[in-house]
Design a protein around this ligand. Structure first.
Ligand SMILES: Cc1cc2nc3c(=O)[nH]c(=O)nc-3n(C[C@H](O)[C@H](O)[C@H](O)COP(=O)(O)OP(=O)(O)OC[C@H]3O[C@@H](n4cnc5c(N)ncnc54)[C@H](O)[C@@H]3O)c2cc1C
Length: 409
């Protein structure tokens, strides 16, 4: 593992920095979590089109599909540099990070050519339709059905927590195609047109006033078989490829709050003295400094492996597990330090444009999105540390014989 840029990488980083300094909005990174408004989405689409047109979007994708044919290392350099600015890349993390690889791996040449460049430029927005009211952590327990109807499929069921579905043109959906098989085996993946008849999107209003998620109802929504991604009943393998990319993407870009905290704590005064003279502040700061260094090193090790031809492994779960709770702890502590100003979340009035107030509200979601803390711990325990597997009483049992698995026949 080498932490220093090679001469070619240093040159690339220099070019990225120059371009970002000339084109990106000013620094205010933690508040990127506030992505719920139509205005934020408009800004996000403009930004994505600008980076696409300048040749910085989807760097690892082949050129014919809207990318630049570069390696994971250039992508990481770009992500590290762009994270220092207040850009709204988060909107497209699911489309570009999860749906893109699914289309790249399982779509036809014609589908890749027509869909991927539009996805890369945010001309089309994509969403991921996996979770259901009774299937989140245990997503393989989902009940939305796809039934064959000539050369097409009819989809019926309900999805939930679908980020950005209210804007989406397309979605990647995991469905049950054979309930007589064990739960992981009877699933098939498709991509669907989100604007077609039979697809109804109902936004969910959040406690913080935002509206990032949706419920999505499918009532006899017709999907041609050419929109199937992968083998019939082979959807679990497709989902795993997508979820591993998601954990790597979330783990590498999710804010852990450290840079903003370090910037704030060096300037803050408590009772007329620098906050860093306080022993409790010093203790916590040292702890987060160490955690941040650990995260950086673990990420560099994983990326070195990816750059040397490996695939993102279960270690990707580590970044998300540690980074998300660190972001929650840091933002809660910052609000305590701000005393009565901690409750003011108005960007114009609050300290540091209310970055910590916003992070305090969205950090719990980071601990759930893409797999909860407990699920991450199970993955790390089983796949990294080699500990015994979680008890799975439904292993190998046909889905329609599992008590919770009875679905409309
Ligand atoms: C910000 C955000 C964005 C999201 N975007 C999307 C999206 O775009 N598309 C989509 O499909 N979904 C999305 N989700 C949904 C997300 O994937 C699910 O919320 C997540 O997988 C957890 O599922 P659940 O909410 O049903 O909780 P449950 O699975 O019901 O979990 C409830 C509790 O039980 C615990 N638990 C569950 N299983 C185990 C186990 N085996 N061992 C120990 N503890 C366990 C969990 O850790 C949790 O504490 C999003 C969620 C968030 C917060």
């Amino acid at each position: 593992m080498d932490f220093k840029d090679s001469p070619a990488q240093a040159e690339f980083r220099h070019k990225v920095r120059q371009w970002l300094q000339a084109n990106a909005p000013a620094d205010n990174t933690l508040s990127r979590g506030g992505m719920e408004s139509d205005e934020a989405m408009r800004e996000g689409r403009e930004w994505q089109a600008r980076i696409y047109d300048a040749g910085w979007a989807c760097l690892t994708w082949p050129k014919e599909y809207g990318g630049q044919g570069l390696t994971a290392i250039e992508q990481v350099i770009w992500s590290q540099e762009v994270a220092k600015f207040s850009t709204r890349d988060g909107f497209f993390a699911i489309g570009i990070g999860n749906c893109g690889p699914a289309i790249m791996l399982y779509g036809s040449d014609q589908q890749k050519q027509s869909l991927l460049p539009r996805m890369a430029r945010a001309d089309d927005i994509w969403c991921q339709l996996f979770s259901e009211p009774g299937a989140g952590s245990d997503v393989a327990g989902l009940k939305t059905r796809a039934d064959k109807d000539g050369d097409s499929w009819k989809i019926n069921g309900q999805k939930i927590w679908t980020s950005q579905a209210q804007y989406a043109d397309y979605g990647v959906i995991l469905t049950r195609t054979d309930p007589t098989l064990p739960k992981h085996k009877g699933l098939t993946m498709f991509f669907v047109d989100m604007k077609q008849p039979g697809v109804e999107v109902r936004p969910i209003k959040q406690a913080d006033g935002g509206q990032a998620f949706n419920e999505v109802f499918f009532n006899d929504a017709v999907v041609p078989d050419v929109q199937r991604l992968g083998e019939l009943n082979g959807g679990w393998g497709v989902a795993l490829a997508v979820l591993m990319n998601e954990r790597l993407a979330i783990g590498s870009v999710a804010p852990n709050g450290w840079p903003e905290y370090w910037d704030m704590i060096r300037k803050l005064e408590l009772d007329g003295k620098p906050a860093l003279e306080d022993s409790e502040v010093r203790r916590r700061t040292a702890d987060w400094y160490v955690k941040n260094a650990g995260l950086k090193n673990a990420q560099a090790r994983m990326l070195s492996a990816v750059a040397n031809g490996g695939v993102p492994g279960a270690e990707a779960s580590l970044g998300k597990l540690v980074g998300a709770s660190m972001c929650q702890d840091i933002s809660a502590y910052a609000l305590d330090l701000f005393a009565e100003m901690g409750v003011c979340a108005d960007e114009q009035m609050a300290l540091m444009q209310a970055q910590f107030q916003k992070a305090y509200l969205y950090a719990p979601g980071l601990r759930v999105a893409g797999g909860t803390d407990e699920v991450m711990r199970n993955i790390i325990a089983e796949q990294v540390l080699g500990l015994p597997a979680d008890v799975r009483v439904d292993k190998g049992v046909p889905f329609n014989e599992i008590k919770a698995g009875n679905i409309r026949q």
